[in-house]
Design a protein around this ligand. Structure first.
Ligand code: DMJ
Length: 468
């Protein structure tokens, strides 16, 4: 493998990984949503209904940034000819927004190609009926042909999910910006209004909100699954507005204050972690998804009130260290889906059904932010450890696969190459090993699927478009 040759530049290695993932998707699953790298065929998840091509749309900007020009061109041609939203499909509003709308918007801003703008706005319009609820809090699921929405049957008393309806803001602001139609921005500003009217238990945001009654469902709070990107989008809404969105800013720093008081704890071994909160009781468990928060705290450090900048960077560094430990304490050096701090363990998965790794990006994402914001070389070192583990355990002939148990010495592959591996994991690796002026933070914010969106600068309109 090319890893044996230490002279290879790590950014180049990430590019070779992208090539392997892309070439195999192209060979075995072209036009379908995802690749099954072991059985070498397409994989369809019901999140996208029968919208097709998730991997292509999710990968467009990574191909562009890595200057894989031929591949970008064939992806663009597929979008022009085949990407079709006039289908009878029940889709996840959140997933389609972050992967398809986000992917198309980034492809447009990077390349300037009109087809991406057109498709993004067309898809955005298809999502609008999801907001037809008594409160305007959108449904989780929507049939994009009939416009009929509903919620996940498992969600507390018919609730919508915080991390789903709270992760539309960045894309919808850009849809209004690019279409000249204010309706998209109005829909997401109304979500804020509903949230700001409600009482929050201990200043925390429950994961469940009923779109009909406008009342919270179960009082479960998480910075991982079901909550995560809601907090991320408060901060990034402020940054993307060129720091004019004072409401987003206040909501973010108030939320972080409550999270610090009620959810952040230190283990006896000295590891800082973010627990889950269930009606006032803590579950001492942290998800892989929660590891994105290290990068978020560091990214938000600069604007932190009351001289707390250094403290927020430190918090980011501590979360990065804890998440690195969750990788280092496995046999495969890849982190589990969730790890615990109870029953005598620290940063280790104890339940069999929490030992899997599905090519998720959050830990590498946090390394990338920490690297850019501190330039401590350990983050590149840790990123390189992840590259070695991915190559050793996840790379197969037919692409990259998730792993069922990272504590085992033998790989049991789950046979899915997730589209976010191409949009996020590989992009963040490439950025970690590139110079800071590639997609600089002053000009770009990343949506939760790692799709870069330009900061809307106060004075110069769209000048930042096409600025790489
Ligand atoms: C991605 O779709 C996004 O990062 C989302 O915010 C969380 N889940 C996956 C990656 O783990």
């Amino acid at each position: 493998s090319f890893l044996l040759n230490q002279h290879y530049n790590p950014a180049f290695v990430s590019l070779q990984m992208m090539k392997h993932a892309w070439d195999n998707y192209k060979r075995y699953a072209w036009g379908l949503n995802e690749l099954k790298p072991i059985s070498k065929q397409g994989h369809s998840s019901n999140l996208f209904g029968n919208i097709q091509g998730a991997t292509i749309v999710d990968a467009l900007d990574t191909l562009y940034i890595m200057e894989m020009k031929e591949e970008f061109k064939e992806a663009k041609e597929w979008v022009e000819k085949n990407l079709d939203f006039n289908v009878n499909a029940e889709i996840s509003v959140f997933e389609v927004n972050i992967r398809f709308v986000g992917g198309l918007l980034s492809a447009y801003y990077l390349s300037g190609e009109e087809v991406f703008r057109k498709k993004a706005v067309e898809l955005g319009e298809k999502l609008l009926p999801a907001f037809n609820t008594p409160t305007g809090i959108p449904w989780a699921l929507l049939n994009i042909k009939s416009g009929i929405g509903r919620n996940w049957p498992w969600a507390s008393g018919g609730s919508s999910i915080l991390a789903e309806f709270g992760t539309l803001h960045l894309e919808f602001i850009h849809l209004s910006h690019l279409s000249g139609n204010p309706v998209f921005a109005e829909k997401v500003m109304n979500i804020r209004k509903v949230l700001n009217r409600l009482d929050k238990p201990e200043g925390l945001y429950p994961n469940y909100l009923n779109p009909s009654s406008g009342q919270w469902g179960q009082h479960h709070v998480s910075i991982g699954g079901l909550g995560d990107s809601f907090y991320e989008y408060l901060l990034k809404a402020w940054l993307m507005s060129d720091k004019t969105d004072e409401e987003g800013k206040k909501m973010y720093y108030d939320a972080v204050q409550a999270i610090e008081t009620h959810l952040i704890r230190k283990s006896s071994g000295g590891l800082t972690y973010i627990a889950e909160w269930k009606g006032g009781l803590l579950e001492h468990k942290m998800g892989h998804l929660t590891c994105f928060a290290g990068g978020m705290f560091a990214l938000g450090a600069d604007g932190a009130p009351n001289d707390k900048t250094g403290h927020h960077i430190e918090l980011g560094a501590e979360i990065a260290r804890t998440c690195h430990e969750s990788y280092d304490r496995t046999s495969m050096k890849l982190g589990p889906e969730a790890f615990r701090f109870d029953g005598g363990v620290e940063a280790i998965a104890t339940r069999q059904n929490e030992k899997y790794y599905i090519l998720r990006p959050e830990v590498i994402e946090t390394y990338m932010y920490m690297w850019r914001l501190t330039h401590d070389p350990k983050y590149r070192q840790w990123g390189w450890e992840a590259v070695e583990a991915l190559e050793k355990h996840c790379r197969v002939d037919g692409g990259y696969s998730g792993i069922r148990d990272v504590y085992n010495n033998h790989e049991s592959h789950d046979d899915v190459q997730q589209s976010f591996f191409l949009s996020e994991t590989l992009k963040y690796l490439y950025l970690l090993f590139s110079e800071d002026d590639l997609l600089p933070f002053e000009h770009w914010v990343f949506n939760t699927e790692a799709h870069p969106l330009p900061v809307l600068h106060k004075d110069n309109g769209n000048k930042e478009e096409n600025q790489k």
